[in-house]
Design a protein around this ligand. Structure first.
Ligand code: ZN
Length: 189
């Protein structure tokens, strides 16, 4: 990303919305916005393999692992406005487990791009499956979308829920039920 060019574009944008980009409060805004976008879209340059490198551990049993409340901050691809919330990730080990912090980093790697929630959910599920060859993966994501809250329908309280289930989470109703129960039980604490 060319920071200088993006700063110029933001300055143009400020003019178009009727602002004075030279007033004190806005003088450094184009550079700040450019830096913010560099961070918020860093996922385009994130290599998932190098994220998990060294954090895959051997595990003997085929157990279910659940990590709840992984924070999600992303930008919707339709309006480039934030959507944010939580995702819950479950998987069944196939002799390998992932370090917990790596799940959050995988989620960030895909969240820091222009996204729709449905695709983000699926990308996280597939990445978890592929990195540890999991027998099954389930991801549930609950997010609020600023493009709905601040504009258009102004539905301030609606939460969008998406899920992606792969492998045994898809084929085995008992596994899926266990996943759902673990998520719900924790949610009602
Ligand atoms: Zn949107």
């Amino acid at each position: 990303m060319n920071t200088k060019r993006v700063s110029k574009l933001v300055r143009e944008l400020l003019l178009e919305i009727g602002e004075d980009p030279d007033r004190d409060g806005l003088k450094k805004t184009p550079e700040r916005v450019a830096a913010a976008y560099r961070f918020l879209t860093a996922g385009y340059h994130t290599d998932i393999d190098s994220i998990v490198n060294g954090a895959v551990f051997e595990a003997a049993a085929h157990n279910m692992v659940i990590v709840r409340d992984v924070e999600i901050y992303s930008l919707c691809e339709h309006h480039m406005l934030p959507f944010f919330g939580k995702c819950h990730i479950g998987y069944i080990t196939n002799n390998k487990v992932l370090g917990v912090s790596k799940l959050a980093r995988i989620a960030n790697g895909f969240a820091r791009r222009l996204q729709i929630q449905e695709r983000l959910t699926e990308q996280i599920a597939k990445a978890v499956r592929d990195t540890i060859n999991a027998e099954g993966v389930g991801v549930v994501m609950e997010c609020r979308h600023m493009c709905m809250m601040m504009r258009g329908v102004e539905k301030q309280n609606s939460v969008m829920t998406t899920s992606s289930v792969l492998g045994s989470f898809r084929s085995d109703p008992a596994t899926r039920a266990e996943f759902n129960n673990l998520i719900l039980r924790d949610a009602s604490r």
